[in-house]
Design a binder for this molecule. Sequence first.
Ligand code: GLY
Length: 286
Amino acid sequence: MSESRTHVYVHGGVSGTDKPLPSLAHSLVEAVAAATALDGVEEAVRRLEDDSELNAGWGSVLNRNGVIELDAGIADGTTGHAGGVAGVSVRYPVSLARRVMGSTPHVLMAGEGAMALAESMEVLDGTTERQIERYDRALDSGKLEARHYGADEHVDTVGAVAVDASNHLAAASSTGGVFGKLPGRVGDSAIFGAGTYASPGAAVVGTGVGELFLETLASARVARLIEEGARPQSACERVIAYLGTRSDAPAGLLALAANGQVGAAYRGGSWPVEGPSGPLGAVCLE
Ligand code: GLY
């Protein structure tokens, strides 16, 4: 890490199907110019929340009742502080999560209380035509039933990890959650250690059906391995292999160490991950 710039890595959500990977380069343009890793991940995730093809912010999936309920989390590896929001409806949930971290004594806020903090932020009252049509089709064909929960076409969380010129790390995730989820369901993105984690030694974000990450604290597991000396790539592969022993669901983990080493591994059909030099080529495990 000799250059004085912020290195930011982003992902656009793992999918169970093999599909063309969207470019995420637009999310990195401003982010790499950020002065700190924390600003870098917030900026990158805001751009991903603007992308109508991704399940976060604008473009989020609908829950069982046809309503958006968005979750996001952010973590500052230097201070050890984290912020999360759940069940909110603002255009940039990651910024609301940062407000929880920076302007309240709390770590996690949900629903109405979280929305009360969103003063001066743009409220989001819906999603794209594409998601509305998807919901209508699923309603008509019975695909909103619980047994279809987390189906393969699902594409979920977006996220970013960054390291700045001071070797400080940060991580952030944002999501509409899982298509057809029950109202009130909270996933892993907002939860420190599950879908989002940062410490002085590691920054980690996860993607996949959140229940798997919540029950395993998958992001914290990856970070612990890195803190104990594992390379980020090896740490991600080991935890993805472990998740595979518990569930067939698609899952991805992206991790960064303070020395700038990065790793990304997943199970499933496809997963877009990009960094300062372009697409990262995450390792797919069987
Ligand atoms: N990983 C996103 C969610 O399960 O909500």
